[in-house]
Design a protein around this ligand. Structure first.
Ligand SMILES: Nc1ncnc2c1ncn2[C@@H]1O[C@H](COP(=O)(O)OP(=O)(O)OP(=O)(O)O)[C@@H](O)[C@H]1O
Ligand SMILES: [Mg+2]
Length: 246
């Protein structure tokens, strides 16, 4: 499988502290990957680097079938190139309906010029309905977003990200604050999304990671400590020592 994202020899130092240390790994085009590791391992910083929020001191980050360097691009350009990121705190407009939030995301995905001359078509409404269905909110379209549960808001935000049609979606700790039923729905959602795009999930909840049933990368001190199935990495004595044995 050829890589969609390839991180190679990346290091980042914050005030003399090396948060990412010669990090190298790659993600396939339609792959679901979990990243685990202790607090401060560099998981969020990895996402900051891929999305252009943090610039590495050394190394390369290449993305796409005909790879381009993400390090030369701005955050907005990286997003347009097909990298979406889900933040922990939902950024939905609470006063607007689910449909309105998805419509706004659809507009934004088309760029500023299109927003100016936007006229909603039947195709747009169908796309909004399809996005809602994809994240399990088909019956919530007219609902005010502020009335949604925590989990539903997270799914709405994922739907808004899907409007941009990202080829790589980065999701940091999606299970936090969710009920068991919401976590299970989120697992199913991520598994489904990863059938047509790459999805990278950072998560501490091991039951959640187990249900993802995918390859796991263990980060420690800014580098890959172990990689493979969850069963494989959780048997690794070093992984047990630095992470699981806490
Ligand atoms: N902008 C920054 N300035 C200074 N230090 C930073 C910055 N971003 C991250 N760090 C440091 O880099 C290290 C890695 O942090 P990071 O947030 O990537 O860890 P993490 O693996 O996401 O941890 P957690 O599981 O707690 O979310 C930490 O020691 C953190 O304090
Ligand atoms: Mg983090």
């Amino acid at each position: 499988m050829s890589a969609l994202l390839e991180v190679s020899g990346v290091s980042v130092t914050f005030d003399g502290f090396r948060a990412i240390n010669n990090l190298s790994f790659s993600i396939g085009a339609a792959e679901l990957r979990a990243i685990i590791g202790p607090n401060g391992a560099g998981k969020t910083t990895f996402m900051d680097i891929v999305t252009g929020k943090t610039r590495p001191d050394t190394g390369t980050v290449r993305f796409g079938e005909r790879p381009i360097s993400l390090l030369a691009l701005s955050e907005a350009q990286i997003a347009r190139a097909g990298v979406g990121r889900k933040f922990q705190r939902p950024t939905v407009f609470e006063d607007q309906s689910v449909a309105d939030n998805l419509t706004m995301a659809l507009k934004a995905a088309r760029g500023p010029f299109k927003v100016l001359f936007w006229k909603e078509t039947a195709a747009d409404r169908a796309r909004v309905a399809a996005l809602a269905a994809e994240v399990g909110l088909a019956d919530q379209l007219t609902r005010k977003s502020g009335e949604l549960s925590h989990g539903q808001k997270q799914w709405l935000e994922i739907g808004m990200l899907l409007a941009q049609e990202p080829r790589l979606l980065l999701v940091d700790e999606p299970a936090a604050g969710m009920t068991l039923a919401e976590r299970e729905h989120t697992t199913a959602l991520l598994v489904e999304m990863a059938k047509t795009r790459a999805v990278v999930v950072v998560e501490h909840d091991m039951e959640f990671v187990r249900r993802l049933n995918c390859k796991v990368t263990v980060l420690h001190e800014g580098a890959v400590l172990a990689e493979g199935s969850l069963d494989h990495v959780t048997k690794n004595p070093q992984v047990i020592e630095v992470y699981l044995g806490r």
